[in-house]
Design a protein. Sequence first.
Length: 722
Amino acid sequence: MNLIECWIEHPVLQLDKTYSYVTENDSIVPGVRVLINFNHREIIGFVESVTKYNSLEEINEEKGFECKPILSVLDEESYLTPELINLAKWMAYDTVSPTISCFKTMLPSKVKPTSSNHKIKMEKWVHANDFEASLTPKQAEVYEYVCTKGELKYTDLRVKYGVHAKNCIDKGVLEVIEKEVSAIFDDEIVTSERLNLSECQEKAMKQIQETDKSVILLHGLTGSGKTEVYLQLAEEVVEKGKQVLFLVPEISLTPQMVSRVKSRFGSHVAIYHSGLNPQEKYEQFKLVKEGVVNVVVGTRSSVFMPFYDLGLIILDEEHDHSYKQDNTPQYHCRDIAIHRASTFGCKVILGSATPSLESYARAIRNVYELVEMNQRINETLPTIHCVNLKNTIKKGESYILSNTLIEKIEERLKRHEQVILLLNRRGYSTTLRCNRCQEVIMCPHCELAMSYHASDKTLKCHTCGEVIRNIHECPTCKSKAGFSTFGFGTQRLEEELQQRFKESRILRMDADTTSKKNSHERLLQMFEDGKADILVGTQMIAKGLDYPRVTLVGVLNADAGLNRSDYRSVESTFDLIVQASGRSGRSELAGEVVLQVFDEEHYAIQTALRQDYVSFFNCEMKFRHAGGYPPYNYMISILVQDMNQDKAKKIVKEIHNELKGDFKILGPSTLLRIKDTYRYRILIKGKDLEKMKDCVRSVVREKCAIGGCPTIKVDVNPMILD
Ligand code: ADP
Ligand code: ZN
Ligand code: ZN
């Protein structure tokens, strides 16, 4: 008889502990899911441990109560390795989340127990037989083709040769076999040789190899050739028979990274991201589990792949916000990567031209190894021009495209070079700007822009909860000229461009044009193939692109993000400008950048103009220090939400009263109501993160164990607070 300890997911209660069941089935292993009866409901349990006993009596005696048998087993094998099971438990602790939510986050949805999902897809492949039959010339051609390929999908052969393919099969010279659908066989991979490293790359590589620190921050200018360093380090690891994980912010936006990795490691690379359908995800997951591939390129969730011998983790664009999950468990991929690397005893490389303040602060304190690459491969940085919209609008220039930008676009069109225009739409029209002095209204307590809520005409600070109603007078210049929330979107920009440059070919990339699967790749491919002159888009086009013919990048309203209402807005703005600028002039052709701003003097703009990360870091750290923000303090956000306002309010008050410790408590502040759900936030700030977590955990856990409790979301080290 076996004693099974399992984690359960209860539809109403969040009970974060294991429950005991028994079974005679000896094939059950930790990590599989079982169906159990809990309080007269059938629910799913995740097996945490299995212990063999001589009899049921023995188990009951030890437990002191009568253990019930499980109802059935849902998985034939465990998709979680023992290492991943431990990781889930650690993650639950680290992110203050229910353990079951961590298990669920780790697994591809395909292995969830809906039976129809369980079916594994098969497909037809063909290979050549030895034969004696006589063939027509066309059939001979088909036969030759299959021989050179070895093996290929039947559908591909049908597309190429039509009925001749079928005739060959009928004659028996080709044979059809059924195979489990697998994503590994990629037909046309362009291979690439390793490049001769520049001096700067060589130095970086050596420092990474020689350090005995396990976390390395690779701070390299855009275009300094970080990718080649990653690839060569990865090759070394693969040669030793170990596995490599490449983490990227968003696959669809970084197709070049995927193709570079594939070109070096051949088709035996797993690709894992949210754009895959459940079957595809399951296939990639299995490729890693079975050790068929040793290189994985993927987004956030691929940090949970079932590796057995990980030798290196590379986390590119480590500052990127998409590494943080915004549902429970709100983990940061970087933390998971660092934790797994320490389990496997391997190195993690965090790479970026604009590292997060936290990481850079750790690097200069010698917690991480700091490796710098200060030379672009082509040895020149783009020239950056700054246009002050306050002045140009006064002179009557368009508030969308300044004359400077128009001129420079014209030049590019004449020379048949390409232009990228980035419109950072985030933060638009949520702030108010004075019509006279053009200043944005800031929170009197937080030095942060206040958010304007048009529905009830109020200004709110999302960090401290300050509310201003009926504002008539500008706090800065005392003018009564009123305020604007003006803004324009990418669509409007596209129209404006098309009117001005009638002959130009324009591509627009934003949430509206990229909703279909593969549309990102398609649009970027068109641009790469020179089928367009101007690429217009939101921040999604700022990352990772490497196109040699792009010689002008324009960032319209580059400082719009500075007015966002959270403490990271300055950092995000700096990142965005530097990253976007880095797309210009990456090859032989020299590059230029035009920034259109209102707040030319702001240090984020000034330092971005000089591509001077270190000065930016120093200024921003002063601001963070003054406000007591990370990395000087840790923060935990507790969000309570419910459709019933009174219920949510009551619980948030209770939590507020019960939180006690050596930390500051801000709020509760009222957030925007979303989908008829009332939301309240408490923010705690302090120096001792472990103690803060312990306190939050005990208070929150008690609330969640009571039926009908509002949803409580805990976010440790929150990235965005609006
Ligand atoms: P980063 O990721 O640092 O912004 P990339 O890795 O994209 O920069 O490199 C920029 C460009 O330089 C790419 O087009 C890449 O192919 C090229 N490159 C990188 N290393 C070398 C090298 N050693 N020799 C020649 N070209 C290189
Ligand atoms: Zn004013
Ligand atoms: Zn405030």
